[in-house]
Design a protein around this ligand. Structure first.
Ligand SMILES: [Zn+2]
Ligand SMILES: [Zn+2]
Length: 117
């Protein structure tokens, strides 16, 4: 069990440093999937989608980054966040896989104290 945990941790560290070396950290898949889906009228991007530079139109699908309320086409922001976890407009970060895992641990194990260095 402990060996498994250790091995898994090492693999994650490798991925982590690999990402640092490219200076881009992808957002956690769970955070991407959980992005808020605004309905038409909730989107505030008068200037359109900052990724593809096209207008947001009523029949399209959108996703909103919850911490800054910036909206984009769903396929555009998904493609962006698997490479770079920050909002393309204001650089607000979404959780990385590592941060998401810590958030999940905190939710799931309320009777255990989580110490983060
Ligand atoms: Zn777009
Ligand atoms: Zn933003």
């Amino acid at each position: 069990m402990l060996i498994d945990e250790h091995w898994r941790k090492e693999r994650e560290d490798e991925e982590y440093y690999d990402n640092i070396s490219r200076r881009l950290v992808p957002a956690a898949k769970k955070a991407i999937a959980g992005l808020y889906k605004p309905s038409w009228g909730e989107t505030r991007e008068e200037h359109g989608c900052a990724i593809c530079l096209q207008d947001l139109q009523i029949r399209q699908k959108f996703r909103m980054i919850p911490c800054c309320y910036h909206s984009f086409h769903e396929p555009c922001i998904f493609e962006w966040l698997v490479i770079n976890r920050v909002c393309p407009i204001c650089q607000s970060p979404l959780p990385s896989e590592e941060e998401q895992r810590q958030l999940d641990d905190r939710d799931g194990e309320t009777d255990e104290l989580i110490i983060v260095d």
